[in-house]
Design a protein around this ligand. Sequence first.
Ligand SMILES: Cc1cc2nc3c(=O)[nH]c(=O)nc-3n(C[C@H](O)[C@H](O)[C@H](O)COP(=O)(O)OP(=O)(O)OC[C@H]3O[C@@H](n4cnc5c(N)ncnc54)[C@H](O)[C@@H]3O)c2cc1C
Length: 510
Amino acid sequence: MYFDYLFNRFDYIVKQMKNIGIIGSGFSSLSAACYLAQAGHKVSVYEKNDQIGGRARVLEKKGFRFDMGPSWYWMPDVFESFYADFGKQASDYYQLIRLSPAYRVYFEDSFMDIPNDPMAIYELFESEEKGSAGHLREFLKKAAYNYDVAIKNLVYKPGLSPLELITPQTITHLNQFFTTISHEVRKRFKSKKLIKILEFPVLFLGAKPQNTPSFYSFMNYADFVLGTWYPKGGMYKIVEALESLAIELGVHIHINSPVDKIIINDDEVAGLVIHGKRMLFDVVLSGADYYYTETLLPQEMRVYSERYWKKKTFAPSALIFYVGLSKKIKGLPHHNLFFDEDFELHAKEIYDDPVWPEAPLFYASFTSVTDDSVAPAGKECGFFLIPLAPDLSDDKELHEQYFNDIIKRLEDHTKQSIMDFVEFKESYCVDDFKSDYNSYKGNAYGMANTIMQTAFLRPGIKSKKLRNLYFTGQLTVPGPGVPPALISGKIAADQIVKDITKNQKYEVNI
Ligand SMILES: Cc1cc2nc3c(=O)[nH]c(=O)nc-3n(C[C@H](O)[C@H](O)[C@H](O)COP(=O)(O)OP(=O)(O)OC[C@H]3O[C@@H](n4cnc5c(N)ncnc54)[C@H](O)[C@@H]3O)c2cc1C
């Protein structure tokens, strides 16, 4: 009798352990891999490129080390919560530096440094617009509440039902999904400069502030209260941390391994085809762009049509320059936003009437201002980004024109010559996003969090047609950004584990 029990128990454990294949090695895939391995499954990650990390890869040239994608480390609590799930903390892997100033915003005629302390931010606001400190306090109080509700109640939900949005904490605040961040900001503040500063954080969510629910004011709380951080050595340190954790948990990571096809058997996935070889899996999870993943399936097994994707608002693509300078630049902080041109016009050129922008806003980051390990001594490591409409027809000659334009603006604002000191330069644009990441329309950071593309209204983490196919990453819940990608991996892994356990209960008599 007892022997039977032991045998059944052993059989149960063996049957519970699934062989799981993961497509892609971005933050969402690596996060999911860690959770699934921790739950006792055999996990293999397949990445098409020769480096893991997805959009957060690194480019090393002539002694400069460029983070190719994300550069803002926001919401440190989300990272800590991820590491804590594995008994770790960020400091086990990298040193975090809180930037001061957090960042600088250039306007047509001046600039403002955003301090790394809310009290100093209130003073800055008051000096720009009388009475605005009080409005900011009230705005941030609401933003803090939203952050708490979002992190505790909403962003970790799988997006399977609208009922997930209804909790005792959210029920009285549902109106915030039907007003926009732009409306909330503009009813409190008149200064154009303050409006730009307050509308900037939601640009990370991929849509215009006029189309982003005011609930996302929690991004302003993340900005002004939680702060802007930098992992010494660069953002790739986070990828290395996840890689090291995944390997410790037993995950197998394969680079140069593009998945060419998902193998189907009736209503379930049977495996993946990589380099012409069939690999069998019990469960498949894709962290590659959602649209692209569905193209690996036969037409009738795809849940979303071409028409569905075409109607969606995608986050912008980008024209990026990785630039090594042969001298140190004077007086610039780590992060710089150039809001010195017409914000509305550039937004229109991205979202409403897609064209190459006439006079774009841009972002410049110099990590070597904070970290001398990323550039040779006496030199500067620069990253420049111009947001663009997705799917613009790419053109290398235009890259040059834009480079000349933004460097001229940088020189004019900072009154120093820069162009003569460009030692290394490489551009990256729409076509690169498409070819490197199989990105739909060359989007840089996924599908925007608009009112109609939030929570259960986003593409699902679970296929509605194939019972063991799952999705994670910036096109599904909760949305774009590194912290959401970590969360997305956890949500997808939790759903997989839950489904495996549910199915097993019926299959095994224990
Ligand atoms: C320029 C830029 C700046 C950004 N700035 C910030 C920032 O400052 N802060 C922030 O929080 N976020 C930022 N983001 C957003 C953030 O980087 C992303 O949201 C996040 O990294 C997405 O992770 P992911 O796992 O969803 O997808 P990805 O990183 O895109 O990973 C998907 C992976 O799948 C792989 N893949 C695709 N097809 C296949 C295939 N057939 N077989 C195998 N593998 C395949 C791809 O190569 C890729 O490695 C930025 C993004 C970009 C591009």
